[in-house]
Design a protein around this ligand. Structure first.
Ligand code: PMP
Length: 424
């Protein structure tokens, strides 16, 4: 029976039962963590061979990877990721270990020098604003906040950002210089941006002539089912609609090989690449090509990456299945939460009754379960309805995911029962 339909006496006995269950949880002294989307040790072990690579130190063209140079990264590795991301080789470069760093660099270059198609540096504008689909990736928002860029939220739908709402905002406001999109298995909603939404975003008229789509394809290959959903073809769509320089594309192998020692990629129009490399050349004489060669020898080709991702899936899909099972069994009948069943990525998005998300996180903490702070998926950590919680089940072993989710379900029920009891 839905909690909202219970009489006040039914509600108070329900609350009592859940509080008893909660007290038992606390007594267990659990210490579990569902906070950040990190790969588990078993996933990292899949790439252990990297630690004994590369064999030799020559790239196919004879380049000695131990030396300086090669700002765009090892061509053969770029070829593999160009193939996987559906771009041309001259539209992609391979860099250091973190795509977040590349995003930061891109924004800073835009602020200091202007983008490839800017009239002046963004820092010379009165105000710079960005569109942020919510719920979204907390580090995107923190990055903008640290650079003084204002954030305007729009809803994230299961087909990608709300393109109509965005078109309405950007058409008359030149201070809106860009937007974030996590196009494939978004963090945290799991949404996949359709080709139609991507086409709408690349073709919409924008008051800022240098409007940018920060296309962060962090989970492009991170399928949780056998269906390998293809990302929308953002660069081709942008070129076809006459805005070839609008998208800047980011990806990395952080959740493919080693989260701290993978390879990041940056893609865009050939002019965007030249712009980026021009600035990059002032801050670096070349990337870690030994790491590039190591990754090349490990994967061999694009199919090598696909096969490797299937091994990740075998490890993490059962954890996501546990999250679904526990949520459905424990919360389904009470109508106190909704959640997504993602086909890929690293997160499950749990929406609880408005006004109870922080209470759930607080209760969980009291029972030894670390959850991402409520509101983290919103700019400034401010979820206006206090209803959203991001769950990240990849890191703990499956039995811990089960225990943590059982505890989360109890906390959701306590918080919901408290809320309804106060209202009656
Ligand atoms: N983008 C998104 C959407 C992410 O979820 C993450 C990792 N949590 C990153 C970027 C970070 O990528 P990297 O390790 O390449 O810096």
């Amino acid at each position: 029976m839905a909690l909202s339909e219970k009489s006040s006496s039914e509600l108070s006995s329900f609350l009592q039962t859940q509080r008893t269950a909660y007290d038992e949880l606390v007594a267990q002294g659990l210490k579990l963590d569902l906070t950040r989307g990190k790969p588990s040790a078993a996933q990292l072990d899949l790439s252990e061979e990297l630690l004994s690579l590369p064999h030799g130190h020559a790239a196919a063209d004879g380049t000695d990877v131990r030396n300086y140079g090669g700002l765009k990264g090892l061509t053969e590795l770029r070829e593999i990721f160009a193939d996987l991301l559906g771009v041309e080789v001259d539209q992609i470069i391979a860099g250091g270990n973190s795509s977040l760093t590349v995003m930061y660099d891109t924004l800073v270059q835009c602020l200091l020098h202007g983008a490839v198609d800017s009239e002046r540096p963004w820092s010379q504008e009165d105000k710079v604003r960005f569109i942020c689909p919510v719920p979204g990736y907390d580090r995107h928002f923190v990055l903008l906040e640290s650079l003084g860029i204002e954030m305007i939220t729009v809803p994230m739908t299961q087909d990608g950002p709300d393109a109509a709402a965005i078109a309405e905002l950007v058409k008359d406001d030149p201070s809106i210089k860009g937007m974030w999109v996590v196009p494939t298995y978004a963090n945290p909603s799991g949404a996949v941006c359709t080709q139609e939404v991507a086409a709408a975003l690349t073709s919409m008229p924008t008051a800022a002539p240098d409007f940018k789509i920060f296309w962060d394809n962090a989970y492009a290959f991170h399928h949780l089912t056998e269906e390998e959903t293809k990302s929308a073809d953002i660069l081709s769509l942008a070129a076809a609609s006459g805005h070839p320089h609008r998208p800047v594309v980011f990806a990395s192998t952080s959740k493919i090989t080693f989260a701290g020692a993978g390879v990041a990629f940056f893609a865009g129009s050939s002019e965007t690449i030249a712009w980026f490399v021009g600035h990059l050349g002032k801050r670096s004489i070349g990337p870690d090509k030994i790491n590039h060669l190591r990754h090349l020898q490990f994967f061999k080709n694009a199919d090598g990456v696909r096969e490797h991702m299937a091994k990740h899936r075998a490890i993490i899909a059962p954890k996501f299945a546990e999250v679904q099972r526990v949520l459905t069994e424990r919360l389904g009948e009470h109508d106190v939460a909704t959640w997504n069943d993602p086909a890929g990525g690293y997160f499950v998005n749990l929406d609880v009754i408005d006004g109870t998300a922080s209470r759930v996180v607080e209760l969980a903490k009291g029972a030894g379960i670390a959850l991402t702070p409520a509101g983290a998926s919103y700019p400034h950590g401010d979820d206006p309805v206090d209803g959203n919680i991001r769950l990240a089940p990849t890191m703990p072993p499956v039995e811990e995911v089960t225990a943590a989710m059982e505890a989360v379900a109890t906390c959701v029920l306590v918080a919901a029962a408290e809320k309804y009891s106060n209202a009656t």
